[in-house]
Design a protein around this ligand. Structure first.
Ligand SMILES: Nc1nc2c(c(=O)[nH]1)N[C@H]1C(S)=C(S)[C@@H](COP(=O)(O)O)O[C@H]1N2
Ligand SMILES: [Mo]
Length: 410
């Protein structure tokens, strides 16, 4: 599709386009001029979203599908399928035969090679359900300068659905894990964008210790239903708290490795950041890059949506979620004066380990005017979100800067 007509030379939406967008929506678009470069609101494209998706999701690319959830659509306690972001590296399998689907466990550190049908998994092991936070390593990429290549995610490449399946641990232990195991690597049935059957779009993994945690699941259901095709039907590895790229969709094979898994997108700049801080734009030698593990502390404001207009004198119940990779959230604060003062929020316990936590706060604005609401979470180890963009890295990963929204009191 050609969207050039909508953008200026630098890739930002033209003033005239913004004006017509405001007219179409019948409402002001706060920060519309700060929308990421080359981003075209779907309303202008007339494009289609994958089946079953909320029409207000933001399409960053359609080949492959990369679809972001605007912050205010993340308001649900448990992310429903229609509001879940999509991050595909290749093309989903064109046909999925759940009845004949199988998962093979192999690898140097597997005591045997064994294949399970989906039915085997469902009947031979105990099922478990956990709510798990999945955040793309590149969430927030659009904040970095110089900009990183890749999908320019804002805040919305995060979800927290309920996943049902069996523990990876139970299945791996039934096969037998050799003492020299260090990592697992997944393989899915999606195909490379080039069409080359020998190429794999992505094959990542986690250290054996993370793989053997209770919450690491081989899941066949999401929110009590079959996993939607875009999210990995009929079987998915789900690893909460780590870059969501470790949660392999359309899962057909897991290798127990005696080395750090060396699959597609495990090396180079993929899901890796410099081992020490570097200046923006630096070239970092390959051996100085390290794999992203637990995701950093972060939060999102899900109500109100940015651009809300409030009556003077009203108090405003702000709310959202916070999460911190393998850790939990200890404290949540909001500011309406650019961080000069902070107000403590009410914070709920997570549903289970590795699930996001809900927070609320009642704000009383001193009078009419334009305000920004900033949200800042602190994890159980005492680390807080930075108020500005954190350490630059070549691919623009793990930006956990405070989320900010704008409101107007009239
Ligand atoms: N097989 C396979 N698994 C995959 C991917 C993929 O392209 N293929 N993308 C990964 C990445 S980078 C992310 S962020 C999450 C996105 O999960 P979702 O699309 O269900 O939200 O899936 C991960 N698992
Ligand atoms: Mo991702």
């Amino acid at each position: 599709m050609n969207t050039n007509n909508f953008h200026n030379r630098r890739g930002f939406l033209k003033k005239s386009v913004l004006a017509s967008l405001v007219a179409t929506l019948g409402t002001e678009v706060a920060f519309a001029d700060k929308m990421p470069a080359h981003y075209t609101p779907l309303i202008l494209e007339g494009g289609e979203l994958p089946a079953g998706k909320n029409k207000d999701l933001i399409v960053l690319s359609d080949r492959p599908w990369n679809v972001e959830t605007p912050a205010h659509l993340l308001d649900d306690a448990v992310t429903p399928a229609d509001k879940m972001f999509i991050r595909n590296n290749g093309n989903p399998p064109s046909e999925v035969d759940a009845k004949n689907w199988s998962l093979t466990i192999d690898g140097e550190s597997a005591k045997a090679k064994k294949t399970f049908t989906l039915q085997d998994l469902k009947t031979k092991f105990k099922p478990h359900t956990y709510q798990l936070t999945l955040e793309c390593g590149g969430n927030g990429r659009n904040g970095y300068n110089p900009p990183a290549s890749g999908n320019q995610w804002g805040e919305g490449a995060v979800s927290c659905a309920e996943w049902t399946g069996v523990r990876l641990k139970d299945v791996l232990e039934s096969v037998g894990i050799k003492p020299d195991a260090v990592y697992i690597g997944y393989y899915g049935q999606d195909t490379h964008l080039s069409g080359d059957p020998k190429k794999v779009p992505i094959s990542r993994g986690v250290p054996i210790k993370k793989a053997l945690e209770d919450e690491t699941l081989l899941a066949w259901a999401m929110n009590g239903q079959d996993i939607p095709i875009m999210h990995g039907h009929p079987l998915r590895l789900v690893v909460g708290g780590w870059p969501a790229s470790t949660s392999g969709k359309w899962l057909s094979r897991i290798s127990i490795r005696n080395i750090v898994h060396d699959g597609e997108k495990m090396g180079g700049d993929s899901y890796r950041v410099p081992a020490y801080p570097v200046e923006p734009g630096a070239e970092v030698p390959d051996e100085d890059m390290k794999i992203i593990e637990s995701m950093p502390v972060k939060s999102v404001i899900t109500y109100p949506r940015s651009g809300a207009i409030l009556e003077s004198g009203q108090s405003l119940a702000v709310r959202g979620h916070a999460w911190a990779g393998d850790l939990s959230i200890k404290e949540m604060m909001v500011s309406m004066d650019y961080g000069a003062s902070w107000q403590k929020c009410e914070l709920k316990a997570p549903k289970n380990r590795l699930a996001w936590q809900h927070w609320t706060a009642n704000l009383k604005f001193p009078g009419k005017g334009y305000y920004e609401i900033w949200a800042k979470a602190t994890d159980s180890m005492g680390k807080s979100q930075p108020m500005v963009i954190p350490a630059w890295n070549p691919k623009g990963y793990i930006n956990n800067a405070c989320h900010r929204i704008a409101v107007k009191v009239v």
